[in-house]
Design a protein around this ligand. Structure first.
Ligand code: AMP
Length: 394
């Protein structure tokens, strides 16, 4: 792929427009709950500052839908970024217009300026050409380091890239692409994918693309219930997607033909309701009692999944094995996180919930690569070209 790295560009004294992913979770009082996304942007930013670039930073935060919403201002991010960077970070309360032009004009070499939330303007998500031109007008160079939004063709990810000749990926985006390519394009075999989460329908594209390329696919979480039902089993009151039963059956059929073994949980943890303190029990997945729902994989399933994971050369994981937010149904996910962390294979984990589960299990450090992408990670696995990456290809 012909995507340059920021290291390939001469940026000293140049006005560089950076697209970062500062879409951080905020608490009710507006404080940053988790600054991981800001920290992941630091290597690129520190490099640019050190090179003497004039750094103009853009990001979105939440979904203000084209309206200015005080609670979705990036101002707290500027403050946190300044603390982490150990140098001042200017802030303008818009991302286009005269105030931005003035602030950029007085930015010294190595200076850092954060613009207000891109999505306060409807032109951002519509990839409006006039909005993109306004953004591009304050920059000589464009650097995209926001893997989390690379699957979106927005003004700040695609429109601007088409207007600026000098462009590159930041260090995080490069790292994401290198690691995901290592897991997908040229993986160490056997390759094992681990899928969970709520629904089959959300992950259908990925499952269909991946089955022929994997040696084994382990399915847990809510989506396993639809597969169990497709086998003709009783799933009690478990959440299933009945319109997906045919698709699930044909996927199982396709996997048999391609030599990929799809493993479903042998046992599951069931309860009447999803709530803390609920009475739960482990049952055979072929005998889920009426009136109960499967909310986690059972100990036998954990052992069986673990036996496959430990033999893998590459492990790709998206989606929790159960309702891990509730203690009673978290064991399967947390144990699998530990197994993935201890496995000898190259492990890649993506998706907000899965990353949280890995952190909750205290094993994040031992995962080979944790992607910052949720949707982008899934679309990459689907084999789709990410528009934000394609726009950097020269
Ligand atoms: P996803 O965003 O598709 O990866 O789904 C994550 C969500 O799936 C988490 O909030 C889990 O609580 C939920 N989930 C996992 N397993 C189950 C299950 N067996 N039944 C219902 N929800 C589940």
């Amino acid at each position: 792929m012909g995507v340059k790295s920021i290291r390939d560009l001469y940026i000293k004294g140049k006005r560089v427009l950076f697209r970062f992913d500062f879409n951080v979770p905020l608490d009710a009082a507006g404080a940053i709950k988790d600054d991981t996304r800001i920290r992941r942007a630091l290597p690129t930013l520190e490099y640019a500052v050190q090179q003497g670039a004039r750094c103009v930073l853009a990001s979105h935060l939440g979904r203000p839908k084209g309206e200015r919403k005080a609670e979705l201002s990036l101002r707290p991010v500027a403050k946190r970024l300044a603390e982490l960077l150990g140098r001042p970070v200017g802030f303008v309360d818009d991302c286009i217009g005269d105030a931005v032009k003035d602030a950029v004009a007085s930015l010294p070499d190595g200076g850092v300026l954060l613009l207000e939330n891109l999505r306060f303007h409807a032109g951002e998500t519509k990839n409006d050409p006039a909005f993109a031109a306004e953004l591009a007008s304050v920059a000589d160079v464009y650097v995209n380091d926001a893997f989390g939004t690379a699957h979106r063709a927005h003004a700040s990810t695609v429109g601007v890239a088409e207007l600026l000749r000098e462009k590159a990926a930041g260090l995080l985006l490069k790292e994401e692409l290198e690691n995901l390519e290592k897991a997908f394009a040229n993986p160490q075999k056997p390759v094992v994918a681990l899928f969970g989460g709520a629904k089959v329908s959300d992950k259908l594209g990925v499952l269909q693309n991946i089955v022929s390329r994997m040696d084994a696919v382990l399915i847990g979480g809510g989506m396993a219930n639809t597969f169990l039902k497709a086998h003709g089993l009783n799933t009690g009151t478990s959440k299933t997607e009945d319109d997906m039963l045919g698709t699930a059956s044909s996927m199982l059929e396709a996997s048999r033909k391609s030599g990929c073994s799809v493993v479903l949980p042998k046992d599951v943890v069931v309860a009447e309701k999803i709530e803390e303190g609920a009475v739960s029990l482990v049952v055979d997945a072929r005998a889920i009692p009426d009136g109960l729902m499967a909310l986690d994989i059972g100990p036998q399933a954990v052992d069986e999944f673990a036996a496959v994971i430990v033999t893998a050369g590459t492990i790709i994981w998206n989606g929790p094995m159960g309702v891990f937010e509730v203690e009673e149904f978290s064991r399967g996910t947390l144990e699998i996180a530990r197994v993935v962390a201890e496995a000898r294979g190259f492990s890649v984990v993506g998706g907000g919930d899965t990353v949280r589960a890995v952190q909750q299990a205290g094993v994040a450090e031992k995962i080979s690569y944790i992607s910052t992408g949720g949707g982008a990670f899934m679309e990459f696995m689907e084999g789709k070209i990410l528009p934000g990456v394609a726009a950097l290809d020269v």
